[in-house]
Ligand binder design. Structure first.
Ligand code: IMP
Ligand code: MG
Length: 183
């Protein structure tokens, strides 16, 4: 991982190589929304969708605009990362404000890496007995976690990616595309 702290914005942007353009990401999210609509169609016309802040913010917004049921918005803010390394420790900054008991719940996460963050969240949500709990992840790093998302945007190798909400030390989140650092 290159150190980017000392670089100004123009210089660090030149270090990012595009993996998926904004058009590619939004096209894939529309496809995922289609699958999610199909999944809930015969079951319910209302779900609670939980956005895992901060990284999932753009994925969440775009996905939900393409869902055709009632969506109750809910947010969780946890952090486990410092720079590009997982600290393994999860800090809860903000937790859901609505009970999930007996509800159809969809967790919306930016990227599933080791799965530690999601396992923690799933464990605590399950204590409140949702009727159904599903996970949508925009990216999934193959082979790194036992936990699997139910709806996956893109499978990737173990590379560190940024943009479309994903950060490196709070930088790069507002890139409209997703990319990784040039080697
Ligand atoms: P996990 O607990 O190891 O699955 O890590 C999940 C969280 O780490 C994600 O929600 C991201 O915030 C962050 N993360 C993991 N991989 C990346 C990456 O490649 N780029 C940016 N953030 C990442
Ligand atoms: Mg992060």
């Amino acid at each position: 991982m290159k150190e980017v702290e000392h670089l100004n914005r123009d210089n660090y942007l030149s270090e990012v190589q595009v993996l998926h353009t904004n058009d590619q990401i939004r096209k894939r999210i529309k496809e995922l929304a289609g699958k999610i609509n199909d999944y809930y169609k015969e079951k319910t016309d209302r779900i609670i969708a939980i956005c895992i802040l901060k990284g999932a913010v753009h994925f969440y917004s775009e996905l939900i605009l393409n869902l055709d049921m009632d969506v109750v918005y809910s947010f969780i803010h946890v952090s486990s990362y410092s720079g590009s390394k997982s600290t393994g420790k999860i800090k809860v900054n903000y937790w859901i404000d609505k009970p999930v008991t007996n509800e159809y719940v969809l967790i919306v996460e930016d990227i599933l890496d080791t799965g530690k963050t999601l396992s923690y969240i799933v464990k605590y949500l399950n204590k409140h007995s949702p009727k159904d709990l599903k996970i949508a992840a925009l990216y999934h790093k193959v082979g790194k976690s036992n936990l699997k998302a139910d709806f996956i945007g893109f499978e990737i190798n173990d590379e560190f990616i940024v943009g479309y909400g994903l950060d490196y030390d709070e930088r790069f989140r507002n890139l409209p595309y997703v990319g990784y650092f040039r080697k």
